[in-house]
Design a protein around this ligand. Structure first.
Ligand code: AMP
Length: 250
């Protein structure tokens, strides 16, 4: 199994772990659970890429690609995009060299069919460490972020993001210094189309019906790790890092 995680530097009480192979990290939870925020923190600490199928889909819609045209209606109504399109996008993304040490899947898989497809794809896949580029198999670490329903609603309706750097704010719990302006870029913050109240109910329903069964799927594999997403951001990151480290040495 992978070598122990390296210790390079410290950010607050969080130790950075940029030197070892990490393998696949699967992060799932309802819309608004904080998957995007936590993924970005882990990207910094582990130096592996975030692969957000929601972000890739939004880019495709914005650029008017064939995938984007097919996905647009489902996304606008809060439904899931077809497994075929999403799996093809992930397959393409995973061919990029930045995934050699590992990657964080944010919002994928979202159906049992996607999880089965991913299991097949990962079977036998080797991951490199930065020391000597030793390649080895690393089992996926599956983390389910759980958040109280009312918290979710507040997070979704209050969510704003910077179109330039992607920083995520919340008008209730994490406001920018100047209303509607990114602290880092000065860009005007935007609200996602599907964070409107009329779409949120559909997204939460899609989560319950199609994504929640993944808990049973990964539990049966003995892989499901639950994290309380109602805690402070930094605490959640610490718990996730610890799970990733232990998950790597199962
Ligand atoms: P997200 O940014 O992860 O909340 O995703 C936004 C929207 O993209 C979702 O409401 C779905 O319509 C679509 N989407 C993202 N990931 C997936 C996935 N793995 N499977 C199907 N649809 C997805």
């Amino acid at each position: 199994m992978g070598e122990p995680m390296g210790t390079q530097a410290s950010t607050g009480s969080i130790v950075q772990t940029k030197t070892s192979n990490v393998g696949p990290v699967i992060l799932f939870g309802p819309p608004g659970a904080g998957k995007g925020t936590q993924s970005k923190r882990l990207v910094e600490l582990l130096a592996i890429p975030q692969i957000s199928t929601g972000d890739i889909l939004r880019e495709n819609v914005a650029q008017g690609t064939e995938w984007g045209k097919q996905a647009k209606a489902a996304m606008e109504s809060g439904n899931l995009v077809s497994d075929d399109i999403v799996c093809a996008m992930v397959a393409e993304r995973l061919t990029k060299p930045d995934t050699r040490r590992g990657f964080i899947l944010d919002g994928f898989p979202r159906t049992v069919a996607q999880a089965e497809w991913l299991d097949k794809l990962l079977c036998g896949k080797l991951f490199e460490s930065t020391h000597g580029h030793v390649a080895c198999e690393v089992p996926p670490v599956v983390v389910s972020l759980r958040v109280d329903y009312n918290q979710l609603l507040q997070r979704l309706t209050g969510r704003r993001s910077c179109p330039t750097c992607g920083t995520i704010y919340n008008v209730y719990s994490k406001p920018p210094k100047v209303a509607d302006v990114c602290d880092l870029e000065g860009s005007k913050l935007v609200m996602r189309q599907d964070d409107r109240e009329e779409v949120i109910a559909g997204r939460l329903k899609a989560y319950e019906q199609q994504t929640l069964p993944l808990e049973t799927y990964y539990s049966a594999q003995g892989r499901l790790l639950k994290v309380n997403g109602d805690q402070p951001e930094k605490r959640i990151t610490e718990e996730m890092l610890s799970l990733i480290e232990h998950g790597n040495h199962l």
